[in-house]
Design a protein around this ligand. Sequence first.
Ligand code: GLU
Length: 304
Amino acid sequence: MDWQRLLDQAYAHVAPSLGQRGRVADYIPALAQVPAHAFGAALATLDGECHEVGEAGKPFSIQSVSKLFALILALPVQGEALWTRVGKEPSGNPFNSLVQLEYEQGIPRNPFINAGALVVTDILQTQTGGASAAILDLLRTESGNFEVAVDVAVAASEAAEGNRNAALAHFMASCGNLRNPVELVLGEYFRQCALALSCRDLAKAGLLLARHGLRADGTPLLTRSEAKRIQALMMTCGTYDAAGEVAYRLGLPCKSGVGGGLLAILPGVGALATWGPALDEKGNSIAGVDFLDHLTTQSGRSVF
Ligand code: GLU
């Protein structure tokens, strides 16, 4: 399979409409300044190659893609007990919805909506004493790029406008589903969301799942079964309340973020990361989903 040619073709497919549809996530002021027409993609393969198009080396705010790596660190330590504090069903509601949380007594539907990620951050904070630092460390090691860092301006910007996440966190604390102080959990959550990685970095870090849980140095972080379960959750819950539509189009486990990033795992091949900041109304990158739709359709490769 000539992956570079397939990436080039998918890029040519999305290039004419970049920035023409959707909008950047302006509810986080620091993200409102990102150009809507930017685009990059990288495929890190299991045999050690990295194919790239566009701005594949430019760091962007990974936002909710960080929720995946928080879960990767928390699940092997907590085991099945983690699922007493957060569910594993698609939410069918926006990623920052408050209503469902009240109906369900402060147990978030899944770890990839904001409320669920706040619980996982709380668990990881107890586990490590520094949730965002643990995620940063994992991403640096797995990407091989030790310049990966938190964009503190984005973290501060989100904290300044973070009333909705604060509401989710306070509500869950009132239900007994946060163990650390609310302000500490929120601060760690904003920092993890503000991690800045390029498509290249993110694809390389995603290889952890393509290798069924083995780290870059060959040591196991997840069991094969845990890697399977996390990817199943990516498929069913990784793209907010559009997970069904995205699964229909891509047939891949993936996780999106409102910074315009998408990380997808292509079984037997590697990990794909895309960045296109213009989002649809559900919060997913329009260009990223179009790109991966084209790539999986033309290559005939997906989970199915
Ligand atoms: N930091 C963002 C928020 O909490 C993450 C949302 C996302 O990427 O889905 O609103």
